[in-house]
Design a protein around this ligand. Sequence first.
Ligand SMILES: NC(=O)c1ccc[n+]([C@@H]2O[C@H](COP(=O)([O-])OP(=O)(O)OC[C@H]3O[C@@H](n4cnc5c(N)ncnc54)[C@H](O)[C@@H]3O)[C@@H](O)[C@H]2O)c1
Ligand SMILES: CC(C)[C@H](C(=O)O)[C@@H](O)C(=O)O
Ligand SMILES: [Mg+2]
Length: 354
Amino acid sequence: MKICVLPGDGIGPEIMAEAVRVLRALDLKFEMEEALLGGSAVDATGNPYPEATSKLAREADAVLLGAVGGPKWDGLPREQRPERGLLGIRKELGLFANLRPAILYPELANASSLKPEIVAGLDILIVRELTGDIYFGQPRGIEMREVNGKGERYGFNTMHYTESEIRRIGRVAFEAARKRDKRLCSVDKMNVLETTQLWRDVMSELAAEYPDVELSHMLVDNAAMQLVRAPKQFDVMVTGNMFGDILSDEASMLTGSIGMLPSASLDENNKGLYEPSHGSAPDIAGKGVANPLATILSAAMMLRYTFAQEEAAQRVEGAVKKVLAQGFRTGDIFEPGTKKVGTREMGDAVLAAL
Ligand SMILES: NC(=O)c1ccc[n+]([C@@H]2O[C@H](COP(=O)([O-])OP(=O)(O)OC[C@H]3O[C@@H](n4cnc5c(N)ncnc54)[C@H](O)[C@@H]3O)[C@@H](O)[C@H]2O)c1
Ligand SMILES: CC(C)[C@H](C(=O)O)[C@@H](O)C(=O)O
Ligand SMILES: [Mg+2]
C-alpha cells in the first residue's frame, strides 16, 4: 500500500503530521513517501507540480494531501500559483469524482451554524465533478481588448462539459445514492447556462438506468438557500466543479467547521487523492491550532476507497467519534464546557482512542 504524502503549505504540514501518525498506528503496512506540491514546490523548484511529485503520485496507490496556497504566492503568474499544482495533479491522475461527505457528529450539534433541531442526524454526500467545468475551460485569460474604441483589460473563462464527463460523474452519484437513502439531487443553473442544461438532460437520461433512485433537480441558488433552510432534505447532491466547490464549503458549516470536512477524489479505478476540503488557512498557520480531523477522516476515506480496508477506516472514524465524545475540541469547534486542544494534542487524543 503505497502512499504519496503531500503536506503542502500553511497548516498543511501540521495537519498531515497527525494523519500520518494515525496511519502509522494501524496494524497495516504502508509505504509512505513525501513530495512537494503547491507553494513549497514553487519555492524549491519554480513549479507547483514538479515532475518528481508527478512521478511519485503516478506510482503510488493513493495520494494524501494537506492543503496548498497562501498570500506569499498570490502575486505569481497564474501557471506558477500553488493552486495550479492542485488542479494539475487532479487532472493528470484523472480524479474526476470528488466525494465530500458532510456528516454532523451529535457532539457538535451546538457548534453547527444552524439550530440543533435543523441539523440533528445530518448526513449529506456532495458529489462534485472535479476535472471539468469552468475550472479547465479554454480559452481563458486576461488581455487587452478594444471596447468602445479604447483599450480595456478583459478577463474571460469558458464553462464547458461533454456529455460523457457528465454521465461518468452521474453514475458515481447514482451508485452512491443507491447505497444510501436512494435520493439524488442534481444541482445546476439550467435557467441561464447551456452547459448546465446539458448537465440536467444527461442526469435525467441516466435516471432511467437507476429506477430505484429518486432523482430531483434544483437550481444552484435555491440549493444554497435550501442547504441552510432544511439541509436534511438532501441525501446525495451531484453538481459541477465550481458549484460543488462553493456548496461543499457551505455544507461544512452545518457540521460545525470546515475543519471537519474530508474528501476523496477518485479516478475510474478508485485510485484516489485524499484531502481535507479546506485550504491552507494562512491566518492560523504555524500556530499549532488547526483542526486535523478533516485530514484524519480523509485518511479513513483512503483506507475505505483505495485500500478496501473497511475495518481500519471504521476504527479511525470510531476514534474521531470517541475524542469528540471525550470533549476534545480545537478552536474552530470549541464551546464552553469542552477541552480546548491544539493540533498535536488532538492527534494524541485520536491515537489514544485508537
Ligand atoms: N485543497 C486545497 O489545497 C485548498 C482548498 C481551499 C483553499 N486553498 C487555498 O488556501 C488558501 C487560503 O484560502 P481561504 O482562506 O480562502 O480558505 P481556508 O479554507 O484556507 O480558510 C478559511 C477559514 O477557515 C479556517 N480553517 C480552514 N481549515 C481549518 C482547520 N483545519 N482548522 C481550523 N480552521 C480552519 C481558516 O483559519 C480560515 O479562517 C488560498 O491560497 C486557497 O487557494 C487550498
Ligand atoms: C484551491 C482550489 C483550487 C480548490 C478548488 O477550488 O477546487 C479548493 O478550493 C478545494 O475546494 O479543493
Ligand atoms: Mg474549495
